[in-house]
Design a protein around this ligand. Structure first.
Ligand SMILES: Cc1cc2nc3c(=O)[nH]c(=O)nc-3n(C[C@H](O)[C@H](O)[C@H](O)COP(=O)(O)O)c2cc1C
Length: 210
């Protein structure tokens, strides 16, 4: 299924066409916040995106392990309506924000918080178009090596980000998805967690139809 997601991401135009004339394709933006390629956050994100393949949504998947996004410098150029003066991969995310109907962020706990790479994205969102995520749906997933290792705080940080943007938080079973895993790929041996990630995706699709 993960291979299928990769294939569909690269042909998302074709996915639109398959939905027939007049049908408006919905767009999901998935962001993996780990700087580690092939990390547990990326795997959880792919599981959460699986239901969107079946539901024929367009999928934009952003892996921060492949991006260079510098931190906000607080210059306030954006407050003058001139956008962000830093030119880097954040441009892709600004564009994806405008196109998406829903967003899922998956991230590891780093010192019981989000990694610097994801915090940079959150801070740089300050320069995005006003209200770009307002009323859109948001899901959150967190992984850490320890039981109670700060996953709840990572979920809270992501939810606070959504709420600050006017986005709506969508739960998996009862909250965000939290997992205990350490080495890259550890999460693959936890089918229940992967199923919770899929449940989050299914809930977002379900809420979007209401
Ligand atoms: C700089 C750093 C800080 C970390 N801090 C925590 C922590 O506070 N709590 C925790 O449970 N795990 C912590 N970990 C472990 C990672 O959360 C864990 O390895 C996770 O599986 C990494 O996710 P990834 O595979 O998506 O990169 C830390 C790892 C690093 C590199």
């Amino acid at each position: 299924m993960i291979g299928k997601i990769n294939a569909l991401i690269h042909v998302c135009g074709a996915v639109c066409e398959e939905q027939g004339e007049g049908a408006m394709a919905m767009n999901i933006l998935g962001i993996s916040g780990t700087p580690r390629k092939g990390g547990n956050s990326e795997i959880l994100l792919d599981a959460a995106l699986e239901p969107f393949v079946e539901a024929n949504w367009n999928i934009t998947r952003v892996l921060l392990s492949e991006k260079t996004i510098r931190p906000c410098v607080g210059c306030d150029t954006c407050a003058e309506g001139k956008g962000c003066r830093i030119e880097d991969d954040m441009c892709d995310i600004y564009r994806a924000y405008e196109q998406c109907d829903a967003i899922i962020i998956s991230a590891p706990a780093y010192w019981r918080n989000v990694p610097a790479q994801l915090k940079a994205v959150i801070d740089r969102t300050y320069a995005s178009k006003n209200g770009v995520l307002k009323g859109k749906l948001g899901g959150a997933m967190a992984v850490g090596r320890g039981q109670g290792g700060g996953q709840a705080m990572v979920i809270s940080a992501i939810y606070n980000f959504y709420l600050s943007c006017g986005a709506l938080c969508v739960p998996a079973d009862i909250n965000g998805v939290t997992a205990v895993a350490d080495k890259p790929g550890d999460i693959l041996s936890q089918p229940r967690r992967l199923e919770q990630a899929r449940a989050l995706g299914r809930n977002i699709i379900c809420y979007a139809r209401k």
